[in-house]
Design a protein around this ligand. Structure first.
Ligand SMILES: NC(=[NH2+])NCCC[C@H](N)C(=O)O
Length: 371
């Protein structure tokens, strides 16, 4: 049974609020703070408006003073995280309270400490789809790097609250997200303790092997069914550009394991192997294709329950000019897909199609009356 494709999106105006979060202190590479500017510069606002949406750009989050907070051991730049994410959360809440879908541009993935916090406060029942090469499920006690961008999920999860020490300056943040409302897609670099946590709490995760065996269609269907079985939750979609293969999005910086190489070496998937850090960082090979990423976005859009999107870890300082442009185009395509781009390009609406010379099919005409 074949049903005609629906192009509903062109007729449904969505209210979108863009929030830039040029935050880079959740990891060690320079340049990820230029992400929001670069994605805007690639034409994001214009592209979303051309879909007919009501787009308001709320600019970039800034914070000036960093108080002398003593954070947990092995959580780098804790003070910055605590202060900046409070600001992110309050702005993202404001955007959502105006009835807008909050589109946050990172920055590194620690920005979700603020954005997801806003979503779980703006809605009663929230589902999170986390598209990423990494699980970002470490606590300071388990983190191999001390980088906050590897910790947001652990910080947001209600089930993991007891695994954290008291966090001074973060009283605004209440871990509210049940891990049962979360699904990962695209994992290929999971640390040992993250894996243990995933097993212990039975977290729904589709790694690259699963995407391979189920296909992206099956993967997204199962992920959505898991996080939102009764089709009533607000959906927060957090997309780390490093979920895409390095060929599709080279300008991103997290050192990680090379899945293919590890398998060849007969190593366990959870034994993490790092590339050289800093300027030599490279994206993780063996990831999602851009088409697969777009499919995820389209399917979440089709639910009609998208509340917030993050697009993070685009680093315009990494790679050649061509790498940067490839990465930015990928980011842009993902985002227009999340907001209902037409799969076949900008097709005219049926009513706009000229039937005979000079005549167009009006709504009335479509019912067979005089045109
Ligand atoms: N959002 C990211 N790129 N996260 C990378 C995390 C890498 C590693 N698992 C860590 O915790 O340090």
């Amino acid at each position: 049974r074949s049903t005609p494709r629906r192009f509903a999106s062109r007729d449904v105006t969505q209210k979108i609020g863009i929030l830039g979060v040029p935050f880079d202190k959740g990891q060690t590479d320079q340049g990820v703070s230029a992400g929001p500017g670069a994605i805007r510069g690639a034409g994001l606002v214009e592209a979303l408006r051309s879909l007919g949406h009501d787009v308001q750009d709320f600019g970039d989050v800034s914070y000036d003073s960093v108080p002398d907070l003593v954070g947990p051991e092995n959580m780098d730049k804790y003070q910055h995280v605590a202060v900046c994410m409070r600001e992110v959360s309050s702005l993202a809440r404001r955007i959502q309270s105006e009835g807008r879908i909050c589109l946050a541009l990172g920055g590194d993935h620690s920005v979700t400490i603020g954005t997801v916090d806003a979503t779980v406060n703006a809605h009663e029942d929230v589902a999170v789809i986390w598209v990423d090469a990494h699980a970002d499920l470490n606590t300071p006690a388990t983190s191999p790097s001390g980088s906050a961008h590897g910790m947001p999920v652990a910080l947001l999860a209600k089930d993991l609250a007891d695994y954290w020490p008291y966090l001074p300056g973060m009283d605004w943040q209440v871990p509210k997200l049940p891990l049962s409302n979360l699904a990962y897609i695209g994992l290929r670099s999971v640390d040992e303790y993250e894996r243990l946590t995933m097993e212990k709490f039975n977290i729904c995760a589709f790694g690259m092997q699963d995407v391979e065996s189920l296909g992206i269609t099956g993967t997204v269907e199962l992920a959505l069914r898991h996080v939102d079985p009764y089709k009533r939750r607000a959906i927060h979609l957090s997309f780390d550009i490093d979920a895409l293969d390095a060929l599709e999005a080279p300008s991103t910086g997290t050192p990680g394991l090379q899945a293919a190489g590890l398998q060849a070496a007969g190593l366990q998937a959870w034994q993490h192997v790092y590339h050289s850090g800093g300027a030599g960082s490279v994206a993780v090979r063996g990831g999602l294709t851009l088409r697969e990423g777009i499919h995820i976005m389209e399917k979440v859009h089709e639910t009609g329950r998208l509340a917030a999107v993050d697009l993070v870890e685009v680093n315009p300082a990494l790679g050649s000019a061509r790498d940067v442009s490839t990465t930015l185009q990928a980011a842009l395509q993902l985002l227009v897909a999340a907001f209902g781009h037409s799969r076949l390009g900008n097709m005219p609406r049926a009513q706009e199609l000229p039937l005979t010379k000079g005549a167009t099919l009006s709504a009335k005409g479509a019912k067979g009356k005089d045109v």
